[in-house]
Design a protein around this ligand. Structure first.
Ligand SMILES: [Zn+2]
Length: 283
């Protein structure tokens, strides 16, 4: 649980004492979300001290107001800019209290949504001269294997189990783009698949239905070369699947993704037969 917003703000204003102070400090050491909030609150406080422009209030007032929302199927979460190049933010301190060195990995832009509480960072790693996305949230379901989209330029990124995704082609004008997160329309979880390793070839077919009437057909195939599952989307919310659907199959830290046309099946390799399989659909 995050500390209440007013407590965090009193911490930022340096008026917390004793046990309350220790509590908040301990939480901040572990919670990137609240660190981000404090950083942004201080920035806001500075800005407000400098001017009485009421518009600046908008984001700071709302960001922690949202209660952690349940995962909503297929929900699109618009992201707002929290800090970007040109907006001066207080320098972040390293763990030992020294200012961060500029050749360290750093954030090019930070975006967020208030409900659910999610932070998206576009990071630059000077060592590899590459950029990547990092989603940070309270709930792994909201950050693992979700789509981060920029519809206006047709780009989308699929995060790994740690909420990260590489940016292969660098983005320009990142602070002018409209970013959003798309949560899966349906999630299926399969226990590890038991099969007879002695038997070289086998195949079994199952139809799975989610509690929302999403229906998929799964064919498990064991071949000489290894095990695979074929996935075909039959229905989304009780209706025949229309348009292209992205199917993501994840096992522990590994995942694979395919775009499926109606009635088309996609084949995914089972990387580890001892691991459960998560199937996520983005309709
Ligand atoms: Zn927190």
């Amino acid at each position: 649980m995050h500390p209440p917003k007013d407590k965090l703000e009193r911490y930022c204003d340096k008026v917390l004492e004793g046990l309350q102070l220790t509590e908040v400090e301990r939480h901040l050491a572990e919670c990137e979300f609240c660190r981000e909030y404090c950083q942004q609150y201080r920035h806001l406080a500075d800005e407000i001290a400098k001017s009485d422009d009421a518009e600046i209030d908008f984001y700071g007032q709302k960001i922690t107001a949202g209660i952690i929302a349940q995962l909503e199927n297929g929900k699109i979460i618009p992201l707002f800019i929290i800090s970007a190049p040109g907006i001066s933010i207080p320098r972040q301190m390293a763990a030992d209290g020294s200012p961060e060195e500029k050749d360290f990995m750093h954030s090019l832009i930070t975006l967020g949504s208030e409900d659910p509480e999610i932070i998206l960072r576009v990071m630059h790693d000077p060592k590899t001269n590459s950029d990547f996305l990092h989603l940070i949230g309270e709930n792994a379901e909201q950050t693992a294997n979700v789509l981060v989209q920029i519809p206006e330029i047709g780009r989308e990124f699929l995060t790994d189990t740690n909420g990260r995704a590489p940016i292969d082609t660098p983005l320009t004008d990142i602070d002018k783009l409209k970013w959003q997160i798309k949560l899966p329309s349906a999630v299926f979880e399969l226990e590890k698949i038991e099969y007879d390793a002695e038997k070289v070839e086998s195949s079994s077919r199952t139809v799975l239905t989610s509690d929302r009437d999403d229906k998929i057909e799964i064919v498990f195939e064991r071949k000489m070369s290894g095990a695979q599952i074929n996935i075909r989307v039959l229905e989304i919310e009780g209706r025949a699947a229309e348009g292209t659907i992205r199917a993501v199959v994840a096992q522990k830290d590994a995942f694979d993704s395919r775009l499926l046309k109606p009635n088309q099946a996609a084949v995914f390799d089972i990387t580890d037969p001892k691991e459960a399989i998560k199937i996520r659909l983005f309709a």
